[in-house]
Design a protein around this ligand. Structure first.
Ligand code: NDP
Length: 319
C-alpha cells in the first residue's frame, strides 16, 4: 500500500480506502463487512468512510462493531463521518450548528469512538449561513472530536467562502473535499474544483470510482446481474443515472485495453483514478471481499500506466 498526504496536510491516507454506502448495514451484514474490512486492513488500507445517512446510521454501527471486535490500533486508522441527512425531524438534517454538533456526537456513538479523524459536510446547505457551519466544525475540532473537517459536492465558490470565513475569523478552515470522480464523471473535478484544490492545498477522497460498478463491465450488453447494486429494487434511480447507453458503451470500449494490460476493467478504471492529480485516496465500495481483493490489484496496474496510457484510456472513453 502507498500512503499519500491529504493535500498539504500532514495526515497520510492509504491511496485506496474503503467506504460503506449501500453496502454495510444494508446490502450486506456484519459478517461480510468484517471480511471486507479485514481484507482492507490486512492490505494496509487505513481509511474507512462513513456517513450518518448510510443505511440510516447502520453502516457506521456495523463498522464500529468490526473495529470493536478486531481491536486494531486506533492510531493506525482514519475514520470519517459525513453530516447532512441525519433523520426526519426539522433539525435532523442540514448543516446548522445544532445538527452538526448533534450529528457528529451521534456518529461517535455509532462508531464507538471518542473522535473521528475526518468529518464532511455531505452536501451544501442553502438554509444555513456558511459561517454558522464553519463555527460548528471549529468547535468540534477544538474539542478534539474531529481532527479535520471538509466538504462533499460543494462548489468552488462555496469552498472558497468557507475558507475565507475561517481565515478571517480565526476558525479552523476546511481541509478536504469528497467529490465524485471516475472515468465517466470528470468535468466538475477537473475544470471547476482542481484550481481550488491547488490554491488551498486541499486533499480529496474521491467517490464512486467505478460508477457504482458500471466500470467493472458487469452491466455491459444490458445485463443486470442478480444481487448487484443496480439490481436492487430501490436503486432504479441509480441505474437510470449510471447505466446509460453512453456509459455502457464506454465501458465496452475499455475492455480490450484492460485485456492488453492483463488486468480487469475494474483495476484499469481504479488505476486511472490513482494516476490523476489531486487524488489523495480512491474510496472503494465492495459487497464481497473478493471484489475488494481484485480492486487492490489496481495499485500494480497504476505502476504500469504512463502518460501515454492515461491519454489512450481517456481517448477511448471519449469514443
Ligand atoms: P464504486 O463506484 O466503486 O462502486 C462499488 C460497487 O461496485 C460495489 O459495492 C460493488 O457493487 C461493485 N463492485 C466493486 N468492485 C467490483 C468488482 N471488482 N467486480 C464487480 N463488482 C464490483 O464505489 P461506491 O459508489 O461504493 O463509492 C465508494 C464510497 O464512496 C462509498 O462507499 C462511500 O463511502 C463514498 N461515497 C460518497 C458519496 C458522497 O456523496 N460523498 C456518494 C457515494 C459514495 P455490487 O456487488 O453490489 O454490484
Amino acid at each position: 500500500m502507498n500512503y499519500r498526504k491529504m493535500g498539504k496536510h500532514g495526515l497520510k491516507l492509504s491511496e485506496l480506502s474503503l467506504g460503506s454506502w449501500v453496502t454495510f448495514g444494508g446490502q450486506v451484514g456484519l459478517d461480510v463487512a468484517t471480511e471486507c474490512m479485514t481484507a482492507a486492513y490486512d492490505a494496509g488500507i487505513n481509511f474507512f468512510d462513513g456517513a450518518e445517512a448510510y443505511a440510516h446510521g447502520e453502516a457506521e454501527v456495523v463498522m464500529g462493531k468490526v473495529l470493536e471486535k478486531e481491536k486494531w490500533r486506533r492510531e493506525d486508522l482514519v475514520l470519517s463521518t459525513k453530516i447532512f441527512w441525519g433523520g426526519k425531524g426539522p433539525n435532523d438534517t442540514g448543516l446548522s450548528h445544532k445538527h452538526v454538533i448533534e450529528g457528529v456526537h451521534a456518529a461517535l456513538r455509532r462508531w464507538q469512538q471518542d473522535y473521528v479523524d475526518l468529518a464532511f459536510c455531505h452536501r451544501p446547505d442553502p438554509d444555513t449561513p456558511i459561517e454558522e457551519t464553519v463555527r460548528a466544525f471549529d468547535t468540534l475540532v477544538r474539542q478534539g472530536k474531529v481532527f479535520y473537517w471538509g466538504t462533499s459536492e460543494w462548489s468552488a465558490a462555496q469552498i472558497r467562502e468557507a475558507h475565507t470565513i475561517a481565515k478571517q475569523g480565526g476558525f479552523t478552515p476546511p481541509s478536504m473535499e469528497q467529490p465524485q470522480y471516475s472515468l465517466l464523471v470528470r468535468d466538475r473535478f477537473e475544470n471547476e474544483l482542481a484550481p481550488v484544490f491547488s490554491e488551498l492545498g486541499y486533499g480529496t477522497t474521491i467517490w464512486s470510482p467505478l460508477a457504482s460498478g458500471v466500470l467493472t463491465g458487469k452491466y455491459s450488453g444490458g445485463k443486470t446481474p442478480k444481487g448487484s447494486r443496480l439490481a436492487m429494487e430501490n436503486n432504479g434511480w441509480l441505474k437510470e443515472l449510471v447505466a446509460t447507453p453512453a456509459n455502457l458503451a464506454a465501458a465496452e470500449r475499455l475492455e480490450p485495453l484492460a485485456k492488453e494490460l492483463g488486468c480487469s476493467l475494474a483495476q484499469l478504471s481504479l488505476a486511472w483514478c490513482l494516476k490523476k492529480p489531486h487524488v489523495s485516496t480512491v474510496i472503494l465500495g465492495a459487497s464481497k471481499a473478493s471484489q475488494l481483493k481484485e480492486n487492490l490489484g489496481a495499485i500494480d496496474v497504476a505502476a504500469k500506466l504512463d502518460d501515454a496510457w492515461v491519454k489512450r484510456i481517456e481517448k477511448t472513453v471519449a469514443g
